[in-house]
Design a protein around this ligand. Sequence first.
Ligand code: CNA
Length: 318
Amino acid sequence: MEKIRQFFAQKLNLGSASNESLKVLETVDFDGVMKYIRDGCCKSVVTMAGAGMSTSAGIPDFRSPGSGLYDNLGKYDLPRPEAVFDISFFEKNPQPFFDLARQLYPSELKPTICHRFIRLLEQKGLLLRHYTQNIDTLERAAGVSDERIVEAHGTFHTSHCTGCRQRYDQQWMKDQIFSEDVPKCESCGAVVKPDIVFFGENLPSRFFRLVQDDLKKCDLLIIFGTSLAVQPFASLVDRVPDTCPRLLVNKEKCGRPNLLMRMMGQSGLEFDSSSNYRDVAWLGTCDDGAVAMAAALGWQEELRRLQGEDGARPEEAA
Ligand code: CNA
């Protein structure tokens, strides 16, 4: 009965009294979340990441005004900015995508301090899973283990021929991108496409396989550097238990659902609502946020040591 009351109270936004029993943070702010971690209240942290986590590695995001990709596609004469990542457009004309990839591919793939923080969460035994929309492989480069990462929008790590499905590795694709040609399969001559998810393609089966159980178990959700504008990824924030605190580390507050999302039953993040009992926004860069968290948790030295690493995973370095 209590559960039913709580469900309706939350849906109807009835206010703080009804949420009191769901509240696990002493204070609904950054310090409250840090205390929750320090007190050992969470063991299954899920992190969500977007392009903002990699901008300090020299990779622009999509939507930041001025520096974001969507503001800089004029010369490609596209029907709309998103077309460059649209599978039906790519099938007809892959050139703009590879031109853009050449421009964007960083000369050095160096993880940021925030990527190292994810590795540190794993080393501390707290990271249940890291869900990333990023395709830049920087989590791998930071040494986060494969089993902890879900690359929800695919990855540049591997590529496949669109004809015979032959697989190619990241170095092969990088060499092709810089050869200024559209990459073609060495066996059948068809276009080779990086294994990233274009608009109009399905997300990897690994995402759907893991998401259900992971989010049910999640006892702290940390969201880094995303506008939460792309579905179904953005809807993950709604799938954690009602008692799970949600910390956003981003340059701007986001996560409020639009009308369509509300109609689909999504509530999103509640920072400024009077009934908020668990959502915290830390506004600033992902790197500064990671450093602030490490300081609050007494992990600075370990984070500094990880940052000094070259990124090779122990098994690769051996
Ligand atoms: P987005 O919509 O461009 O949003 C980025 C968000 O990050 C915005 O809210 C920014 O304000 C914020 N932001 C930018 N820089 C920082 C920073 N240094 N610290 C904190 N916040 C910052 O990007 P999303 O990831 O939300 O959109 C999803 C798309 C973007 C996915 O499909 C990705 O594949 C795609 N993408 C990925 C990459 C990458 O792999 N690095 C780069 C560009 C786009």
